[in-house]
Write a protein of this length. Sequence first.
Lengths: 338, 338, 338, 338
Amino acid sequence: MLIQLFESCSPQQLDSIVKRVRELGYKPTFVKTFSNRYLVCIGTAEVDIRTIGTLPGVKDVHVVEDPNKLVSRQWRVTPTSIDLGDGVTISRSQFTIAAGPCSIESEEQVVKTVSFLKEQNVSIMRGGVFKPRSSPYAFRGLGIEGLELFARHCRANGIKVVSEVMQVSQIEPMYPYVDIFQVGTRNAQNFNLLDELGKVNKPVLLKRGMSQTLTDFLASAEYIFSSGNERIILCERGIRAFEKEYRNTLDLNAIPYLKDKSHLPVFCDPSHGIGIREYVEPMALAAQMAGADGVLLEIHETPEKAVSDGQQTLNFEEAQQVFRKLRMLENMNIDMMG
Amino acid sequence: MLIQLFESCSPQQLDSIVKRVRELGYKPTFVKTFSNRYLVCIGTAEVDIRTIGTLPGVKDVHVVEDPNKLVSRQWRVTPTSIDLGDGVTISRSQFTIAAGPCSIESEEQVVKTVSFLKEQNVSIMRGGVFKPRSSPYAFRGLGIEGLELFARHCRANGIKVVSEVMQVSQIEPMYPYVDIFQVGTRNAQNFNLLDELGKVNKPVLLKRGMSQTLTDFLASAEYIFSSGNERIILCERGIRAFEKEYRNTLDLNAIPYLKDKSHLPVFCDPSHGIGIREYVEPMALAAQMAGADGVLLEIHETPEKAVSDGQQTLNFEEAQQVFRKLRMLENMNIDMMG
Amino acid sequence: MLIQLFESCSPQQLDSIVKRVRELGYKPTFVKTFSNRYLVCIGTAEVDIRTIGTLPGVKDVHVVEDPNKLVSRQWRVTPTSIDLGDGVTISRSQFTIAAGPCSIESEEQVVKTVSFLKEQNVSIMRGGVFKPRSSPYAFRGLGIEGLELFARHCRANGIKVVSEVMQVSQIEPMYPYVDIFQVGTRNAQNFNLLDELGKVNKPVLLKRGMSQTLTDFLASAEYIFSSGNERIILCERGIRAFEKEYRNTLDLNAIPYLKDKSHLPVFCDPSHGIGIREYVEPMALAAQMAGADGVLLEIHETPEKAVSDGQQTLNFEEAQQVFRKLRMLENMNIDMMG
Amino acid sequence: MLIQLFESCSPQQLDSIVKRVRELGYKPTFVKTFSNRYLVCIGTAEVDIRTIGTLPGVKDVHVVEDPNKLVSRQWRVTPTSIDLGDGVTISRSQFTIAAGPCSIESEEQVVKTVSFLKEQNVSIMRGGVFKPRSSPYAFRGLGIEGLELFARHCRANGIKVVSEVMQVSQIEPMYPYVDIFQVGTRNAQNFNLLDELGKVNKPVLLKRGMSQTLTDFLASAEYIFSSGNERIILCERGIRAFEKEYRNTLDLNAIPYLKDKSHLPVFCDPSHGIGIREYVEPMALAAQMAGADGVLLEIHETPEKAVSDGQQTLNFEEAQQVFRKLRMLENMNIDMMG
């Protein structure tokens, strides 16, 4: 059961509601986000929700049977739309392209990429400055200085910045520079990080853990939401399965499932999802037709020289073609639905 | 190494070629299909293939590094096209829709489905009469009588028949009625069945084993080809992974991979691939954009009454919409490529 | 619900029982095995089974909630014991060792192995003469001649023969020579083969499919049992998972689960389960402690010269040590339980 | 290549060695642990290591081909032994039992468990005070106060404390109370946490990620080691596979593999590995025979009342029996090896 509260709901009113909910056999958790207030009620007893709906302070009340409540579409039927400012919005009504290198490497690289993206009307750039690497001896990224130059050039060109945060202590220094905090697959159940990102007033792009069930994936999003941040983007990026020919196994089944169960926007990362440059284009197009609201693409002026992930990175020419096709498909999609 | 032989290649010439191949450290296997003759040579020694190319009887010779030779695109760059007669062709240059019920249940069902497919310009109907069921107590299909009535109505309407063969002894009785023999996921490594289907002059639609690597999947196709039958359609139908929310995990990564490695047409079965009716449409469209040459769709006039797989079966109205969108996408695909 | 019938149950009595069962909302299947008669009743209605128990012809009746009925321990609490003759018995009260080469290669090999096994008091020899191989160009076994010589030497020395059957047409020619028919992992859901093996009066060793759930594995055993053959040995041999360092991932969790759910003996094949010679010993011992009733071990006088699976095959010296440790553990196990 | 340095190695000597290593085409990383100094050299060039071995400051030099160097057994053939004080040592020469509840719940629970463990001669107690939970609404543990009372009773009885750390900020407050920091499966690739634990002079028990390859698991251990902490215990706790009948799929194959590749002690957690109370005993015994150096067992006086994981938790009577059998096996193991 999910209770939406009026902003004007007084402490006394809240106490009464909480008391009532407990009497009904539910365990209430009060949630205050940057925009709303909720009472998430966990329990299984049958309840006539109208008896709640009329209590002072209650704005609305819904039965939500999904295990994850706040991210469920059972109460919020209008999909969540995330406004990044400057006319850049992530939502189900338009397809979003975010592209950029795996790692930020140099100012020259940033300048070239920003210029390419601007020319291509791509308004979100991805790029890592803190890199999670299996081996401690691998390149771990340029850090905050890299992020600063990344952000500087993006802002000068109206491009939004998405970059991975790996630990709580990075949130504060990253905050001035990113428009979206990205959580990587290895941190998908780093619950403390999720909690802290819930307290930050910037959107979070949450990648699915590589062996995370969809219920647990939504639970990870529920962590962020219940800590206060409603602006979450889910991202499928490939699961760990038995096939050895590709880096990961992109689970596009997840796209229609997540869009059906949750009101959050759902992205796809085909670059990691297959991990082979030649096959990124068909998987990006497939992701769009599966219903993804956006894609994250790894691009680089000279992929063969990239410090990381070059084998799955598109060059600018290839990227341009993928962008063109994704946009043709988007237009067509609108036609088909009409 | 793959050697194509002239049809006129004499036994003596063949002996000489075999002898030469053995001297080079390769193990030769002579393959005679319904249309061609080959010498498949397994080995790793470095060879100047020109010294083979000039031998009498040799039509052409190719280095094929892939472990599976005859199905590899390394020697046959023109994709295989399969002519089913009456203008029905399976190939990479047009998108094929095959649809029908999981199980053939009754004449009435067949009549209605055939009529619907004809109206929709769908020229291949799928339907099972021998059903592989996990439990011995489940419905196992109508058998040959079911197939006979299935084929009778299809033929009267110019529709081709695809149906699953479960064992060698079914090949002969099924032969007069089917246009394509289907091999199910549980028989993907039933090597004797594959061998025998290699001796049959009808196309085979081979479904990927539910935990079969792509290399092994191509090896299963190689069994059929090397036993004599070149007309094989590969079909991705979902793998077994950890996610419990859907029946199988559709591995669309397999589509661009298989199209790149093999010259055979590649289909997709989104109905089994996700197993949830509401999500079949986006997965069918995604499969097409991933590059599939065709789809296999489960449809039924009243899915809720189907004897098997009703939960993943589209009704006629839903099917009609999927067909329409698949065709719009096909047209668009042609535009995009142009 | 499972009804055991008296052998003396007349057709009229059977009809009455069937009628009654149908009235209760259950679907009955009559099963006649080499030793017993049953009525397997599929349904979910609540029934007071005493009303069945008193019907003429009924020996006993049990509620069996497991999806697979005949193989369930819910009605047969005494574990199944399989007598192979000559004092060789497979059961839960003693640990069985079966060993031998992956493939039968030559008479010399058979003679040496038989002699070694006899010396070691191992009374079951495994060896393949029909080999399921991923590639059509790999060695496929010596066939029936190989089996004949394999059996000849075993019989002369009181050793029982277990060998894999790959297709229905092999059952009859193999019948005179084998003591146990083995079904390989790729045929674990070859339902026609299972059905036919149900009609054969020889035990069947059924290997788990490499991605088969345990419920489906028991369903495969149920096929054999419901077709008439009660003498089935279940065998865990490794599943397909993500780890690339070993050939398969031995799922020892399956051992206590299967022993708890089924009355059938449960074996383990650590050779395939890990696929690395150096690690076979610890996994064999682990299988025994997990509760396996026996192991299947690949051994060869000179593993490095074996035509197949040499990398996972123990030489005689290594095998001798594993046998010794398994027997010490068996004795100890008895002590521990005491 | 791994270079061990003398403690007396001067900065000038180090510079010379680094210079030489770079000339040879290797990338050196200087590592200083609580007990030793190393130069980890990443590269593939062929080197005559004797030319390094004679440089001033070099104690020893080894070719280490494994991707993870410091944790490899290729240079340190004597297995790592971890002394916890008070005569409690973790090593390959004796079997370690660690047991305790999933969550610390109350002082009464701690007192009873400590008393039981003392009586059973079990010298390590596990218990969580920070609980990683999929859902944000589940019990998250008693926190530092819980740890304080947990540690107080353990210390008064000579029992060592192992407890999970979930984030960097918990390390300092936990430090006074724990004898071993545990890293949970969801944090197995939380690289910042691993880095920070490398700087702590207390042993770390590192659980394998639920879909972590063994190479990546060893890489996670390499993170800790290369940050300064050599005292690491690897722990297999079940992987995520397709089987739904148990919580996780215990991968005992990992035990002989890890013991062969690494010098670190290898534990097993059969409670999580199968997740079903009745099957924990056979899996614990199996783990021991697979070669595990210790087990982690969940026990509770009244598992049915445990706040978490009750379904996989042994009661004291069951635990006593498992302890007894594990010790009998340990003695026997020594006999068998003799």
